[in-house]
Design a protein around this ligand. Structure first.
Ligand code: PRP
Length: 181
């Protein structure tokens, strides 16, 4: 496979991503087998590809909805620095909610989001993230399903971007430092 010239090395290959999503989808389908009304909430933009692959492999009934969040400035420094720029269309009260994110870095975004959704009285609230950077965590948050733990390097592809580029690469790649310096 050709690697994009901006990519230093592949962190998680297309094949490994797809195999892990099969496992996650099977696990989630088993865990929700007895529950009705699952709402899968994708967080734009980064989660759109992961969400698409994951939900098409779920064997339990589910709805898909989206939220978009934004941090003030380049990085969130407090949980209050995150805001909702597009909200859900469905009412999640008394429904089982699974939040799907591409990556958890500091944790501020997911921390904020879970707090907001909890106030809407879902029947249950869980999170599924493709990538986690444990070394970067600033706030301790529960993550129920994790695809991969990765080191603290700048990654793009499979939904993740650098300045809105490289989101549609089929693998997770480490960006060459000269691209962002
Ligand atoms: C990314 C990612 C998470 C958040 C994680 O979103 O999708 O939402 O950052 O970072 P944190 O754990 O430090 O809060 P980004 O703001 O890059 O937007 P995007 O999904 O539209 O690319």
């Amino acid at each position: 496979m050709d690697i994009h010239p901006d990519i230093e090395r592949v962190i998680v290959s297309q094949q490994v991503i797809q195999a892990r999503i099969n496992e996650l989808a099977a696990q989630i389908s088993a865990d929700y087998a007895e529950n009705g009304q699952l709402v899968v909430v994708g967080i734009l933009k980064g989660a759109f590809i992961f969400l698409s692959d994951l939900t098409r492999r779920l064997t339990v009934p589910h709805r898909v909805d989206f939220m978009a969040l934004s941090s003030y400035g380049q990085t969130a420094t407090t949980s209050g620095a995150v805001r909702i720029i597009m909200d859900l269309r469905v009412n999640v009260e008394a429904r089982h909610v699974l939040v799907v994110e591409d990556i958890v870095d500091t944790g501020y975004t997911l921390h904020y989001l879970l707090n907001v959704l909890r106030t809407r009285n879902p029947a249950s609230l869980r999170s599924c993230v493709l990538l986690s950077k444990p070394d970067r965590r600033k706030v301790d948050i529960p993550i129920d399903y994790v695809g991969f733990e990765i080191p603290d390097v700048w990654v793009v592809g499979y939904g993740l971007d650098y300045a809105e580029t490289h989101r549609t690469l089929p693998y997770i790649g480490m960006l060459k430092p000269e691209v962002y310096k």
